[in-house]
Write a protein that binds this ligand. Structure first.
Ligand code: RB5
Length: 148
């Protein structure tokens, strides 16, 4: 089980929480991002790498941490097949998997705090996709209006 994990400078502590959890659970993790001050990273540079790895099936799952989670998700969701969800609480962690089959979990360290990221990621990982009626809806995500 391969995961790819990245953050910008605003998400380093949360990234380390996520790394601890993933390694505890036996994931092989490829980690990218700055290691500390004053190193900075632009969030799209990190998100592009994670989304490419997930949508090419090189990694089964991606985790992204920045200040809000928003810029990471906006970038990752430009890739067909990427389903990046901004997770703010246990309900969004669960529903983004159960109903949306999210394959990239995005967190805002300045929103939820680094300590919560491990718990929220655990909920995300523990929730299977429900399939059924949700499968058809998920398949429609990559349909672009006007496309034949
Ligand atoms: C960095 O200051 C911040 O803009 C970034 O981490 C993120 O919140 C963007 O979405």
């Amino acid at each position: 089980m391969k995961a790819i994990l990245g953050s910008d400078h605003a998400g380093i502590s949360g990234r380390k929480e996520a790394l601890r959890l993933l390694e505890q659970r036996g994931w092989e993790v490829h980690e990218i991002g700055p290691e500390g001050d004053p190193e900075k990273a632009d969030y799209p540079d990190i998100a592009h790498q994670i989304a490419q790895s997930v949508t090419s099936n090189e990694s089964e799952m991606g985790v992204l941490v920045c200040g809000t989670g928003q810029g990471m998700a906006m970038t990752a969701n430009r890739y067909p097949g990427a389903r990046a969800a901004v997770i703010t609480d246990s309900f969004t962690a669960e529903m983004s998997r159960a109903h949306n089959d999210a394959n990239i979990a995005c967190f805002g360290e300045r929103v939820v705090g680094a300590a919560a990221i491990g718990q929220l990621l655990a909920r995300f990982l523990d929730t299977p996709f429900e399939e059924g009626r949700h499968m058809t809806r998920v398949e429609k995500i990559d349909q672009v209006i006007g496309e034949v």
